[in-house]
Write a protein that binds this ligand. Structure first.
Ligand code: GLN
Length: 494
C-alpha cells in the first residue's frame, strides 16, 4: 500500500476499502522502519493521525473531502506550517515554529491533504546532495551509499521510498528536478509566478519556486493543480487561469515539436545517461514527434551567472538572521580574540550567532553574494549576471518559436556517492548544469524517470516548456510515460 500512487490511494479510500487513518498508520510504521534513510527532520505521528481521522469522519458523513482527501503529502522543511518546527535544516532556525501557514500549505489543507512531516534538505536549500543539512544527509533509497540529490533530497526520497505518495519541494537552480532524477521519481518546477511563494523561506527570491514530487504524471498533475494560482500575498504570483491538468493529461498534444538542446550533451555527461536520453528521443520519434536540434548558445554562462545572482539574493535574504528578531542567538559572545573587546556587544552577538547558526556552504554563499553586490563590484558582477540572464531567456524565447518542448538530461550523472563532491564546491555546483537555466529564465521544467544505469541507478529525462505551458509539458511527458514502465519501478528497501 505504501508504494501506491495518490490516485490509487484515493480510489481505495473512496471505495471504502481503506481509511486515511489506515494509510497513514502504515506509512508511519514504514517511516519508523526506514529511519536510517533520514528522510524526515520532523514527523509528529499524533498530529498526522488527527488529520487523517478528521478526513475519515467527513468522508463517512458524505461531506466533500477535497481533491486530495486523506492523501499524505510530505513537506520540505522550508515551508512554513503553523505551529510546527520549520528549520530549513539549519541550526539557525532550531526551535522556530511559524505563526502562520504558507499559501501552499493552506491549499493542501483545503484540498483535504494530510501534512505528513517535514523533509530533510540542504541547509536553506543550498546544495545538490542534502549533505549540507544540520541533521546529516538523507540516503538514496536505491543505493544507500549514495546521495538523494538536493536540495529537496528528503522530499524526493520520501516518494521514492514509499514514505509518502506526494511531496513538495522547492527549486531555485534544480532542487526539485535533480533529486527527482536521481531518486527515480517525477519532479516539476513550475513557471516563476505559477505557485505562490508566501511562506516559503526565501533563498533567492527571483528564482525560487515550489513544486510537486510524485511517482507519476497523473499524481503530479493533481498536486500541481491544487497548489497553483494567484495569491494576493505574493505579488509575483500571476493572475492566469489554472488549467485542470488532470483533465487533459492523457490527450497527447496535437503537435509534438521537440527540440534537442545541443549544449546539454557536452563534456561531463555520463554515457549511460546520454544513451537513455537518446532512447527517449527515439521513442518520441516513433510517437510521431518532429525532432529538431536547437541551440541555447548562452547556456554555458548559466552556472556562473546563477552563482552571482543566487548568492547575491541569498546574502540579502539571510541578513535577517542575526539573533535579534530572527534566528539563533549565541549564549556566549564575550571577546575571545585580541581586539574583539573593541567591537560593540550587539555586533559581537550578531557575529557569533551567525557563525554558530550557519553551516559552511551557507557562509560561502553569503560571502560570495556580499562581494558580488559590494560597491565597485556590483557592475562587474551582479549587473553583468543580470545581462547574461536576459540573454539566456532570449535563447529560450527563440527556441520556443520553433518547438514546443525542449528535451535533455536532468542531471549529468546518476546519484553520486556520499562525500564524493563535498570537498569540491565546483563539482557540486556542476550537478545543476542542465537545470539552472530554466530558473534564470523563469520557465517550467520537469524530470521524469527514463531508465537505469548498469548499477541500477535511476536516470531522469528533463523536459522544458515556455512560460505557463505546464499543460503542454505534462501532456508531452505523458506520451513517454504511457509508452514505458520506468515510473512503476520501486527500490527494494529494507
Ligand atoms: N544546487 C543549487 C544550489 O546549491 C540549487 C539549489 C536549489 O535549487 N535550491 O544553489
Amino acid at each position: 500500500m505504501s508504494q501506491d500512487t495518490a490516485v490509487a490511494m484515493l480510489a481505495r479510500m473512496e471505495s471504502g476499502e481503506v481509511t486515511s487513518e489506515e494509510i497513514v498508520r502504515s506509512l508511519l510504521d514504514r517511516a519508523d522502519h526506514e529511519r536510517r534513510l533520514n528522510v524526515f527532520v520532523h514527523l509528529d505521528a499524533d498530529h498526522v493521525l488527527d488529520q487523517a481521522r478528521a478526513v475519515d469522519r467527513r468522508r463517512k458523513a458524505g461531506e466533500p473531502v477535497g481533491r486530495l482527501g486523506g492523501v499524505p503529502v510530505a513537506i520540505k522543511d522550508l515551508l512554513c506550517v503553523r505551529g510546527e518546527p520549520t528549520t530549513c535544516s539549519s541550526r539557525m532556525l532550531k526551535g522556530f515554529r511559524p505563526p502562520y501557514d504558507a499559501t501552499v500549505i493552506d491549499r493542501l489543507r483545503n484540498a483535504g491533504a494530510i501534512l505528513f512531516g517535514k523533509t530533510n534538505m540542504d541547509e536553506f536549500a543550498m546544495g545538490s546532495s542534502t549533505e549540507n543539512s544540520a541533521y546529516g544527509p538523507t540516503l538514496n533509497p536505491w543505493d544507500e551509499t549514495r546521495v538523494p540529490g538536493g536540495s529537496s533530497g528528503g522530499s524526493a526520497a520520501a516518494v521514492a521510498a514509499g514514505l509518502a505518495p506526494l511531496s513538495l519541494g522547492s527549486d531555485t537552480g534544480g532542487s526539485i528536478r535533480q533529486p527527482a532524477a536521481v531518486c527515480g521519481v517525477v519532479g516539476l518546477k513550475p513557471t516563476y509566478g505559477r505557485v505562490s511563494r508566501y511562506g516559503l523561506i526565501a533563498f533567492a527570491s527571483s528564482l525560487d519556486q515550489i513544486g510537486p514530487f510524485a511517482h507519476d504524471l497523473t499524481d503530479t498533475a493533481l498536486l500541481l493543480k491544487v497548489i497553483s494560482g494567484r495569491d494576493p500575498r505574493d505579488a509575483t504570483s500571476v493572475d492566469l487561469p489554472v488549467p485542470d491538468y488532470s483533465a487533459t493529461l492523457d490527450t497527447p498534444p496535437e503537435k509534438l515539436r521537440i527540440g534537442i538542446v545541443r549544449e546539454f550533451f557536452g563534456e561531463g555527461l555520463d554515457p549511460e545517461v546520454a544513451s537513455a536520453i537518446q532512447e527517449a528521443v527515439k521513442l518520441y520519434e516513433k510517437a510521431g514527434a518532429t525532432i529538431k536540434e536547437v541551440s541555447l548558445p548562452h547556456s554555458k554562462y548559466g552556472v556562473p551567472a546563477y552563482y552571482i545572482v543566487a548568492p547575491a539574493e541569498c546574502s540579502s535574504n539571510l541578513a535577517r538572521y542575526d539573533g535579534t528578531t530572527y534566528g539563533h542567538r549565541a549564549e556566549d559572545y564575550s571577546p575571545k580574540y585580541p581586539g574583539e573587546e573593541n567591537i560593540a556587544e550587539l555586533v559581537r552577538m550578531m557575529m557569533v550567532s551567525r557563525a554558530e547558526g550557519f553551516g559552511p556552504e551557507v557562509k560561502r554563499r553569503i560571502m560570495l553574494g556580499t562581494f558580488a553586490l559590494s560597491a565597485g563590484y556590483a557592475d562587474q558582477y551582479y549587473n553583468k549576471a543580470l545581462q547574461v540572464r536576459r540573454k539566456i531567456r532570449g535563447d529560450f524565447d527563440a527556441a520556443f518559436r520553433e518547438v514546443d518542448v525542449l528535451l535533455g538530461p536532468t542531471s549529468p550523472t546518476p546519484a553520486f556517492k556520499l562525500g564524493e563532491r563535498t570537498a569540491d564546491p565546483l563539482s557540486m555546483y556542476l550537478s545543476d548544469i542542465y537545470t539552472i537555466t530554466a530558473n534564470l529564465a523563469g520557465i517550467p521544467g520537469l524530470s521524469l524517470p527514463c531508465g537505469f544505469t548498469s548499477q541500477k541507478l535511476p536516470i531522469g529525462l528533463q523536459l522544458l516548456a515556455a512560460p505557463f505551458a505546464e499543460e503542454t509539458l505534462l501532456r508531452t511527458a505523458r506520451v513517454f510515460e504511457r509508452a514505458t514502465d520506468w515510473h512503476t519501478r520501486r527500490p527494494k528497501t529494507a
